[in-house]
Design a protein around this ligand. Structure first.
Ligand code: SF4
Length: 364
C-alpha cells in the first residue's frame, strides 16, 4: 500500500470488510520485522457500544489481531484513553475488550495509567503516552463522525487518546485545532483503518448514528481526514486542524493525487429509516432501495445545508437509490448513478456529500 492510496470497502460485516482491507494493505511489506511492537488504537472516547455511532466496532480490532497473528506478529497491544471524566476500563469492558485481550493474549493499555513523555511542537507542550511513542507501528482505528467543536473527527483527532488527561484539558483551552495538528507531528498513525459504518451525525459521544456501511484505509492521516471530510460534506477549511497538520508536514491534503482503490460495490442493504435529528433531514429525500453509503452521504449533505440555513431552498425531494435504475422522469432530481434517467442527476456511486451539496445548491 502506497502513501497516497485510499482503500475503500462497503458492506455491513465489519469483520469481513477488515480482512479484505488487511489483505490489500500487505502489512508484511510495510512492517517486515515480525517482532516489531504494534499498537491498535480504537476510539473508546466514552463507554458505549459501537451501535451508538461513537466507538470503534470491536470486530474490526479482532479481525486485525487475527490477521496479524496469522502472519506471525505477536507483539500487539490495544492502547486507548477515554475522554476526561470517563473510564477507559469501562469502555474496554462494555465493548468486550477484556475477553478479546484474554482470548488473543493482547494486553490492554489504559493511557490514563501510562507513563508520559513531554513533547513540544509549535510552542505547545503536551504529555504523550510512552507506550504509543515507543510502539514500532501504530494502527489507528478511528470512527468517522461529527464533533460538536471541530465539526468532524477521524484519524488526526483520534490521536488525542494518546494524551494525559491534563494535556487533553490543555488542548481544549487552546481551541483543539493547533494542538491536534501538533500532536500528530509528535506521533501520527502509521496506518489508519477507518470505521465509517455508522458514525454519529454530529457528536463524538454518539447517540445519532448514520448508517454508511463503509470502511477505508490510509497511511497518511491528513489525506485520510481530507477524504473523510469530503464524505461528510465538509471542505478542508471547515476543519482547520487538517490544513494545520499539512503545514507541519504530517501529510497531504491533496485528494486529487490520491489513488482510490475500491474493493467492492456499495452495499445494497437498505439503511434503516433515519431517526432522531436525521429524521427531519430524511423528509427532503425520496429514497427507493438506496445503499447505505449513498443515503448516509445525502443525510450528511442535507445536514451541512441546514447548518447554513439553505435547507429551506430545497424545493423538491432528492431521489436516491437503486429503485430508480432504468426509470426516467424529467420532473424529478436525484443523486447517484442509479438516478441518471431523471431530469437532473448527480453521477457517482456513491457520490460524496461534498459533491451532493454543490449539486443541490445548483438546483436552487
Ligand atoms: S448510486 Fe445507486 S448503486 Fe451506487 S451507491 Fe448510490 S444507490 Fe447504491
Amino acid at each position: 500500500m502506497n502513501k497516497q492510496d485510499i482503500i475503500i470497502t462497503y458492506g455491513s460485516n465489519a469483520s469481513l470488510m477488515t480482512k479484505a482491507l488487511m489483505e490489500r494493505i500487505d502489512i508484511e511489506t510495510l512492517l517486515p520485522d515480525k517482532n516489531a511492537s504494534i499498537a491498535l488504537k480504537p476510539n473508546l472516547v466514552v463507554a458505549v457500544t459501537a451501535d451508538s455511532g461513537a466507538t470503534t466496532h470491536p470486530e474490526i480490532v479482532v479481525a486485525i489481531i487475527e490477521h496479524l497473528q496469522g502472519l506471525g506478529y505477536h507483539n500487539i497491544s490495544i492502547v486507548e484513553s477515554a475522554w476526561v471524566g470517563d473510564s477507559t476500563k469501562e469502555g474496554f469492558r462494555v465493548n468486550g475488550y477484556i475477553q478479546i485481550s484474554k482470548q488473543y493474549k493482547v494486553p490492554l493499555v489504559d493511557v490514563k495509567d501510562d507513563a508520559y513523555v513531554k513533547k513540544t511542537v509549535d510552542g505547545i507542550t503536551m504529555e504523550v503516552s510512552k507506550t504509543i511513542l515507543e510502539t514500532d507501528f501504530l494502527i489507528s482505528l478511528p470512527v468517522l463522525k461529527g464533533h460538536c467543536q471541530t465539526a468532524m473527527t477521524c484519524a488526526l483527532k483520534n490521536m488525542k487518546g494518546a494524551l494525559s488527561d491534563r494535556s487533553k484539558r490543555l488542548f481544549h483551552t487552546l481551541g483543539l485545532n493547533r494542538p491536534i495538528a501538533a500532536l500528530n507531528k509528535v506521533r501520527a498513525a502509521d496506518l489508519v483503518i477507518v470505521d465509517s459504518l455508522n458514525g454519529d451525525l454530529d457528536f463524538e459521544e454518539g447517540g445519532n448514528p448514520i448508517q454508511t456501511n463503509r470502511m477505508f484505509a490510509c497511511r497518511d492521516s491528513v489525506l485520510c481526514d481530507s477524504f473523510g471530510a469530503s464524505l461528510m460534506g465538509f471542505e478542508n477549511r471547515d476543519i482547520p486542524y487538517i490544513e494545520m497538520a499539512q503545514q507541519l508536514g504530517v501529510g497531504s491534503t491533496d485528494l486529487a493525487k490520491a489513488v482510490m482503490i475500491q474493493l467492492n460495490e456499495p452495499s445494497d442493504e437498505v439503511p434503516p429509516r433515519p431517526s432522531g435529528r436525521a429524521n427531519y433531514l430524511g423528509k427532503f429525500t425520496e429514497p427507493d432501495s438506496a445503499c447505505s453509503a449513498c443515503y448516509g452521504n445525502l443525510i450528511h449533505a442535507l445536514k451541512r445545508l441546514d447548518e447554513v440555513n439553505r435547507l429551506k431552498n430545497v424545493k423538491q425531494q432528492i431521489c436516491i437509490g437503486q429503485g430508480y435504475k432504468g426509470k426516467s422522469d424529467p420532473l424529478k432530481v436525484g443523486v447517484g448513478i442509479c438516478t441518471r434517467g431523471l431530469g437532473k442527476s448527480l453521477a457517482g456511486c456513491p457520490p460524496k456529500a461534498i459533491d451532493m451539496i454543490k449539486f443541490i445548491k445548483e438546483l436552487e
